[in-house]
Ligand binder design. Structure first.
Ligand code: ZN
Length: 66
């Protein structure tokens, strides 16, 4: 699937909708601090959560600047 990086934003450490629910980086098992938005085509966008270091690696991989 061809996905295109759109934007990144910081995650609040605690979400009001789901208190106590920890968000985990998709690449490792650390706490996610960033949320990256991708366009996957057909008007569909997906969110992927990363910790700081994995986000940096991921952005480097796709050649985008946060
Ligand atoms: Zn990570």
């Amino acid at each position: 699937m061809n996905k295109q990086f759109l934007s990144v934003r910081s995650l609040a450490s605690k979400s009001p909708e789901s208190p106590g629910k920890q968000k985990i980086c998709r690449n490792c098992d650390k706490q996610a601090t960033k949320e990256a938005l991708f366009d996957v085509g057909n008007g569909i966008s997906v969110l992927e959560r990363y910790c700081e270091s994995c986000l940096g690696v991921m952005l480097k991989d796709i050649g985008s600047i946060a």
